[in-house]
Every structure is written in C-alpha cells, then in structure tokens.
Write a protein that binds this ligand. Structure first.
Ligand code: UDP
Length: 237
C-alpha cells in the first residue's frame, strides 16, 4: 500500500491517505507534548516504540475479541490502519489513583481501587478536553446511547486484558486513555494508540514510573523508561 497525500499532522503522529480508500497510514513522531501542548519536547526513539507497542497491543486485543483499527505494520514508525471517523471522546480508565484524578479529588497517588473507574473527556483542544458525562455526550450528539454502552464495555474489556498482560511483565497498569472510531458501516473499533504516552505504567516492585509522567514532571530517564517497557514487551529482559 502506498502513501498518497498527508491528511493530518497531530502532536505525535502524521496521517496519510493511501491507494486504498478504506485505509490510512499512521506515521509516529518522536515529538512529545504535555499540558494541552504547553510543554513541548522530543523523546528519542519514542515514535518507533509507540508504533510497535501499539500494534502488539492491538493484536493482543483482537485475539481477545476487541475489534480494532489495526491492519498492518509497514515499518518501525508506520502502520496501516482502517480509516475511521474518531468519536471525539477520550475514554479514561483508572485502576490506581494518579494524575488529574488525585488533583481533582485531593487524594494521594497510589490508591488501588476495588473497581476500575471510567470517565470521558470531550476531545477538543480549544476547550482543553473538558470532562463530560454520558448525558452531556448524548446532548451534544457526540455518540448514541448504544454507542456509549459499546464503548464502555470495550474499554473495561481492554482494561482486563491489559492489566493481566502487564502484571505478567512486572508492570502495574495505573490508568490509560482510549479513543474509538467508526468504520464506514458504523461499527465501533478501538483506534489511536496504546503506549507510554497514553498509559501510566508503574514497576510492580519499585513503583518506578515507566511512562510519559517522566517527561511531564521532568523526572529524567524518559527514553530509558520507554525502552524498559518495550524491552519487557519483547521479552529481552
Ligand atoms: N491521557 C492521554 N491523553 C490526554 C490525557 C490523558 O493519553 O490528553 C492519559 C494519561 O497518560 C494517563 C491517563 O490518560 O495515563 C489519565 O490521565 P489524567 O486524566 O490523570 O491526566 P493528566 O494527569 O495526564 O493530565
């Protein structure tokens, strides 16, 4: 499959049209942003790690019955995915308190929840991705009741599969963000990426942060953290 025109350039990826009208090619960059674009930088090797890690996770999830946009890995940084219209919701699942949850509710990081939580943000950079609930999403016609129910069920399933998988690598899956899209016939599939940019990973033993919080909070060792997660994923421990 051949790239034709560039359709879009986001903060971490470029998207190209292809010779197949049902597919696009995603090209992962090393660029990193945080705090809605206020903090900018690069993380050497991130694009390749996020591309390959996302594809491994998408294939694992497909095997476990979660439909995804994944089609084919083309190279280190490029992947063919199904063309979807992205539902403008960021779906966040949490197993352990951290980040904006801790800030918003005034609790320490590291509280292990008995049940995972789910929340939605309206994906809109100009508004700073505000938190919304299901009724708001319905009122704004972002999704239908059926679509929201499907998304919730898929997100909790993704959590179960990923939590177990990462536990086996000595990593606690703290929280993560998912995005969903609709293919031409309206079927909802898991889209976007699953990487240390979009998940919080803590080492199960040392509780060391192995994710983008190292960049957000200037903790150092950013590249090493991404590489460590990828090393465990590929089994070269
Ligand atoms: N997240 C993301 N993109 C966003 C916001 C959050 O990928 O625009 C991920 C983030 O990496 C974390 C989870 O979603 O794994 C929960 O993030 P949180 O709401 O705590 O926001 P943050 O503290 O990152 O601002």
């Amino acid at each position: 499959m051949e790239k034709t025109v560039q359709l879009y350039e986001g903060k971490a990826k470029k998207v190209y049209a292809t010779t197949d009208e049902n597919c696009v090619i995603v090209d992962y960059k090393d660029d990193a942003t945080a705090f809605n674009g206020l903090k900018k930088g690069t993380i050497a090797g991130k694009g390749s790690i996020n591309n390959r890690m996302t594809n491994m996770m998408m294939q694992l999830l497909e095997k476990e019955g979660v439909p995804t946009h994944f089609v084919e890995e083309l190279s280190d940084r490029e992947t063919v995915v199904k063309k979807v219209s992205i539902i403008p919701l960021e779906v966040i699942i949490r197993n352990i308190s951290a980040g904006s949850f801790s800030k918003r509710y005034g609790v320490q990081e590291g509280i292990v929840f008995e049940q995972p939580t789910i929340e939605f943000s309206y994906k809109n950079d100009d508004l700073g991705d505000p938190l919304i609930n299901e009724y708001h999403a319905l009122a704004l016609k972002i999704a239908t009741r059926e679509e929201i129910d499907t998304i919730k069920a898929m997100a909790f399933k993704v959590n179960e599969v990923m939590k177990t998988f990462f536990k086996g690598l000595g990593i606690d899956l703290v929280d993560f963000k998912l995005e969903f899209g609709k293919v031409a016939d309206g079927t909802i599939v898991l889209a976007d990426e699953i990487s240390p940019d979009t998940c919080r990973f803590w080492d199960s033993e040392t509780h060391e942060k192995l994710d983008k919080d190292r960049f957000r909070r200037d903790l150092g060792g950013v590249e090493d953290a991404y590489q460590e997660v990828f090393k465990r994923l590929t089994g070269n421990m």
